[in-house]
Design a protein around this ligand. Structure first.
Ligand SMILES: Nc1ncnc2c1ncn2[C@@H]1O[C@H](COP(=O)(O)OP(=O)(O)OP(=O)(O)O)[C@@H](O)[C@H]1O
Ligand SMILES: [Mg+2]
Length: 159
């Protein structure tokens, strides 16, 4: 349907569970990995990314509270580029942010909230994480791997 190489779905019943899953992903990311996050307002995208940052050993003080910046670079075990496309409407808007250069440089892993705003931001090889509200604190997470590295990452993450 979506053309993904591999798809997995699971239920997250609390913010803590989502955080823990993020930590686990943060421990697995390598430079060049690209993770797109898709989901409604409050679905838990940023919450998951905070877990990823912790798992990638980013000092807690570096992880931004929401601001108007589009890209937040963090330095952990590897560089992490956390971007939020919510306020952007087209690919050209992204040029001026410096984000595309960071992805191109390939020295870090990228985490992109609201990837569905500008889907062409994603390289061919990427992991897509979709979060859906499923009542109260429950979220349904679907991870779709596009390409072989992402499938390997997905398997290691959600075994
Ligand atoms: N199972 C859960 N997983 C993640 N967050 C949860 C869960 N249950 C409740 N929450 C709460 O939902 C909110 C998620 O907010 P978060 O900022 O992560 O959403 P978001 O998807 O990034 O939204 P936005 O598009 O506005 O940036 C947090 O307040 C968090 O505590
Ligand atoms: Mg967010």
């Amino acid at each position: 349907m979506s053309g993904a190489t591999r798809v997995k779905t699971l239920r997250l019943s609390s913010p803590e569970e989502t955080h823990a899953l993020g930590v686990r992903l943060g421990g697995l990311l390598r430079p060049g990995d690209f993770v797109g996050l898709i989901g409604d307002l409050g679905a838990g995208k940023t919450h998951l990314v905070r877990g990823v940052a912790e798992g990638a050993e980013v000092p807690r003080s570096e992880v931004a509270s929401p601001t108007f910046a589009i890209v937040y670079p963090y330095s952990g075990r590897i560089p992490l580029y956390h971007a939020d496309l919510y306020r952007l409407t087209n690919y050209d808007d992204l040029y001026s942010t410096g984000f595309l250069d960071m992805v191109e440089a390939g020295d870090g892993a990228s985490l992109v909230e609201w990837l569905d705003r500008i889907p062409e931001t994603a390289p061919r090889e990427h992991l897509r994480v979709i979060l859906r509200h499923a009542g109260g604190d429950v979220r349904e997470l679907t991870a779709e791997a596009f390409g072989s590295r992402s499938a390997e990452l997905l398997d290691a993450w959600l075994k």
